[in-house]
Ligand binder design. Structure first.
Ligand code: NAD
Length: 426
């Protein structure tokens, strides 16, 4: 097999991946060079260095970022990540993917992302709150319900969003629920938001299996990398639909049972503070994250972080379908290897778009002070995901390209056409 390495910028960094994907997608579009160059770059980037008083009394300085990649279609939207690996290039990549994801889903948003370089597991609850509130006050000048609307991502959750919402509201002097999405229900959160990304992954997986003529849930064995918000809700929704989840993992490693894992028990186990490495049941084998991705299964759902399927393991993936719950889990060279092996890959900007879609519902509800029930949320989410899936498949057939290139090209073209319609100011 020959692999076109000219696609790859040096290293498998997330931003290299995002740019290589962008270049591939724009190569099938006929867009003016100036527009391509404009869309390839982030609009604005902020770096914040800020102090937090730790429980020991010591003051530590943390670094945080917020990148607004593009705001042509509306205010920018994207999560906030807490991880020791956060860096500006990663945030740039994640912000760019948010632009394409929102455009693909036809949401009135641009793309953004933020993060703080911190391991949230090393913080006490008080330190986490102090860090979040200080970061939120640093963000005040650059966010608003009409400028940029944060949400949870890796290492953050609804509690983090509650602190950001409260800090912003205290600063401006009135309550602003629409400043963030993914909040708790009792302060303007939406029904279904917590589960939305994971459920969306499974809704999209169903469509992909139907199109391949392989929709037989009880015969399909799933492996899911990551058992946080996205991975756990994908697993729970999958077993509800009759699928077998045979492998899952967290940062410390994975568990595998070819006869199917007890996902509800594992959910309760991990939510009470345990790592999967501590789970001990007859028939359950412990595996590393590396091994997990190469185990026998029908569908592989990476739902942890970027750069997991690479040139090193893409040749050994056993699944016939990959549904990207995480953002950027597959490098461009791995994409090529998977294509050459006829493994179908449903890209992140489509597969995990359930989260931002319900975030959009939450923002709309907050702005209107009028709330929908869960049945309505799920009905609208399913309708929007099905339509997006159809759009991508039709575009891929029309252009004779893979699903990632189709999804990105469709989305990029939407932002490009809006840019051209608006014209460049002045
Ligand atoms: P999370 O923090 O809730 O969970 C992350 C999971 O990944 C945890 O189980 C963690 O232990 C595991 N993990 C961390 N590092 C790992 C490593 N090196 N190897 C294997 N596992 C590791 O995060 P999340 O919100 O579930 O996000 C997961 C992915 O989904 C990220 O790529 C995120 O950008 C993407 N995503 C999240 C949402 C959302 O609504 N939360 C929406 C769209 C996309």
């Amino acid at each position: 097999m020959t692999v076109n390495t000219t696609l790859i910028a040096p290293g498998a960094e997330a931003y290299d991946t995002a740019l290589a994907q962008f270049d591939r997608a724009t190569s099938i579009l006929k867009l003016p060079t100036g527009v391509i160059e404009f869309l390839r770059l982030p609009k604005r980037e902020y770096t914040f260095n800020f102090p937090v008083q730790m429980d020991s009394g010591e003051t530590k300085i943390f670094t945080g970022y917020r990148v607004h990649h593009n705001i042509v279609l509306g205010p920018s939207k994207g999560g906030i990540r807490y991880s020791p690996h956060v860096n500006l290039n990663e945030v740039r990549a994640l912000a760019m993917w948010m632009t394409w994801k929102c455009a693909l889903m036809q949401l009135p948003y641009g793309g953004a992302k933020g993060g703080v370089v911190v391991d949230p597991h090393q913080l006490s609850a008080r330190e986490n709150e102090m860090l979040t509130r200080r970061f939120a006050s640093e963000l005040v000048p650059v966010i608003s319900p009409h400028i940029d609307i944060p949400a949870p991502d890796m290492g953050t959750n609804s509690k983090t969003m509650a602190w950001i919402m409260d800090t912003y509201s205290m600063t401006v002097g009135y309550s602003v629920p629409a400043i963030v999405t993914g909040k708790p229900l009792n302060i303007g959160g939406s029904e279904g938001r917590e589960e939305a990304t994971g459920r969306g992954v499974i809704i999209i997986m169903d469509e992909a299996l139907k199109r391949k003529g392989l929709y037989e849930p009880e015969k399909s064995r799933l492996i899911i990398q990551g058992f946080g918000n996205v991975g756990s809700h994908a697993a729970l929704h999958a077993i509800e639909k009759g699928y077998q989840v045979v492998g899952i993992s967290d940062v410390g490693g994975g568990v595998y049972d070819p006869n199917g894992l007890d996902i509800k028990e594992l959910y309760t186990f991990t939510r009470s503070g345990h790592m999967l490495a501590d789970y001990d049941q007859p028939g359950v084998e412990h595996v590393s994250n590396k091994e997990l991705l190469e185990l026998d299964c029908d569908v592989l759902i990476p739902a942890a972080l970027e750069g997991q399927i690479t040139e090193r393991n893409a040749g050994r993936v056993k699944a016939h379908l990959i549904v990207e719950g995480a953002n950027g889990p597959t490098t461009p060279i791995a994409d090529e290897i998977l294509r050459s092996r006829n493994i179908t890959l449903v890209p992140d900007i489509l597969a995990n778009a359930g989260g931002v879609t319900v975030s959009y519902f939450e923002w709309v509800q907050d702005l209107q002070f009028f709330f929908w029930d869960e049945v309505e949320i799920m009905r609208q989410l399913t309708r929007i995901l099905h339509k997006a899936y159809d759009r991508v498949v039709r575009f891929a057939e029309e252009k004779d390209v893979d699903l990632r290139t189709a999804a990105q090209a469709y989305a990029i073209d939407r932002v490009a056409q809006a840019t051209i319609t608006r014209g460049f100011y002045p």
